[in-house]
Design a protein around this ligand. Sequence first.
Ligand SMILES: *Cc1c(COP(=O)(O)O)cnc(C)c1O
Length: 343
Amino acid sequence: MKEFNLNTLVRKNILNIQPYISFRDHNEFKAPVMLDANECPFGEFNRYPDSSQKKLKKKIAEIKGISPSEIALGNGSDELIDLIIKIFCEPKKDAILMMNPSFAMYAFYAAVNENEVLKLDLDENFEILKDDFLKITQEQDIKVFFLCSPNNPTGNSVQDIEFFIQNFDGIIVIDEAYIEFSGNKSGIELLAQYPNVIVLQTFSKAWGTAGARVGVAYASEGIIRFINTVKAPYNVNSLSQELILNLLDNKEKLKENVDNILRERTWLEEQFKTIECIENVFPTDANFFLIKMKNAEEVYNRMLKEEILTSKRTPAIPDCIRINVGSREENKKLINVLKAIAS
Ligand SMILES: *Cc1c(COP(=O)(O)O)cnc(C)c1O
């Protein structure tokens, strides 16, 4: 990688924004009388949340073996995707790059921010073609590359991630929403070496708390400072901060969820082999399968009639449906319905 200067990548207006600092959250008090924020003095959740999420970041930092200053929290990692685009991409001027197919939210937030979306078509095994990557990054001025691994909706992990980091001058976001299911090492290990990397993780999938809306960005102190500057001051509410703090005290819960889902994933994979309309189950490192079927549209609609909701990927991925791993009871119902459709 060439020399890296964060300030030349950040939008000029963002460089000059002063973060909103909650005086209360940045000072220590023993038993303060809080008459500074126009809150109600009564009630359990009457106070604004800690805008800098100190306790939660400290705990996550301990677990991950990094500094709290290298962590930003978002209202889901969706918010962090939005903020990253806002920090680096000048509306109507800059472009992002994403894999195709991949997670739809990158293009969504880029569109809201009026940034061009360049797509890197994956090969038949849903891998990135390195030559295509080198060509597009040399020809186009790309600010942010969203690299999703394991990739949604294909399920596979990106191979040789360092190659893409080393050959890209912009910001590279490694979205690890499904990392817990993969057994792969996290990109967090690469942060010390590569100042242009941001790793995203979430409590929405393996941790089982999608309703709490908490996502995490890991990056250099410099990048984290910009995320904290542009985020809404109270972006993670007190209930969610408390919930996740308690959850982190109970790491068995994560293991339990992951073990259970991996066991069910194996069970489903075996069951899929017995279903005639299934042509191909793509290898997955995540908690879902991308499945190629005969008459995918029809199968999708017939499952829907039975109130089994799956994710139709046609026509973007021809003949494919994405189905996530549920509880044993849900999985059994899915298999029974698929068998009935196939017969
Ligand atoms: C589900 C998902 C997310 C994020 O979710 P939040 O609930 O906003 O944390 C991020 N990236 C990918 C690829 C996902 O599939």
